[in-house]
Ligand binder design. Structure first.
Ligand SMILES: [Zn+2]
Length: 218
């Protein structure tokens, strides 16, 4: 089983690891910092050895990486794994912005239902079942989100059930939410946020979330 260092320390950008299995271009490794699409957060991009990773996917609790042709690797080989940190950090900032916005939507709109979410490098989106124009609550939600971001609150990420790899994030006196994504250390790293509304069909509303180029604390 691959040891998932992206949970222990989501700020690692490269590690030394070892190939544990290999089938054509699909490999598994001893330990990894390379996240695979899950919970709406897109996979990382990066390198294993001298090869670009074309795809990362979860198979149960395992993560399988597909490499380019001609990698020349074999089981047991030590390799350096490196992720595109600029991409990952933006995914982490957008992911946590979306976490906070979702919590605040739940608090401000009774009985609203989330029907989807996706976090990409340029923006995050959350889809809801909701009959009215959701942008009416944007001023309130944005103000509340900014208070949390500017307060630079600590974000705790930990296992609720290590055996089953169930994790949560928590901001004390705000919220505790199950999630297996990679999370920031502090809310201030999110930086400035922008919200956009999209109507995606009858009774369906989408919130798109954008973050500034750099976080306010960098
Ligand atoms: Zn999360």
């Amino acid at each position: 089983m691959t040891k998932k260092l992206f949970w222990e320390d989501p700020y690692l950008t490269q590690i030394e690891t070892r190939i544990t299995s290999l089938k054509e271009n699909d490999i598994t490794v001893e330990q990894t910092i390379f996240y695979a699409l899950s919970g709406g957060q897109e996979s990382d991009s990066g390198m294993i050895g001298n090869c670009r990773v074309l795809r990362a996917r979860k198979e149960g609790k395992e993560i399988v990486y597909t490499l380019e042709d001609g990698h020349g690797l074999k089981p047991g080989d030590p390799v350096r794994m490196k992720i595109d940190w600029e991409r990952r950090y933006r995914l982490m900032r957008l992911h946590f912005a979306a976490e906070i916005i979702l919590e605040l939507v739940y608090r401000n709109l009774d009985s609203i239902k989330k029907i989807g979410a996706h976090i990409a490098q340029d923006k995050a989106r959350i889809d809801f079942e909701w009959d009215a124009n959701i942008s009416k609550v944007f001023p309130v939600i944005k103000k509340e989100a900014l208070e949390i971001i500017e307060a630079n609150r600590e974000i705790i990420s930990a296992f609720s059930d290590e055996e089953n790899e169930e994790r949560y994030w928590e901001i004390r006196e705000f919220s505790r939410v199950p999630c297996g994504g990679t999370h920031l250390r502090k809310t201030g790293e999110i930086g400035e946020i922008e919200l956009k509304r999209k109507n995606i069909g009858k009774g369906k509303e989408r919130i798109e979330i954008y973050v500034s180029e750099t976080s306010m604390l960098v």
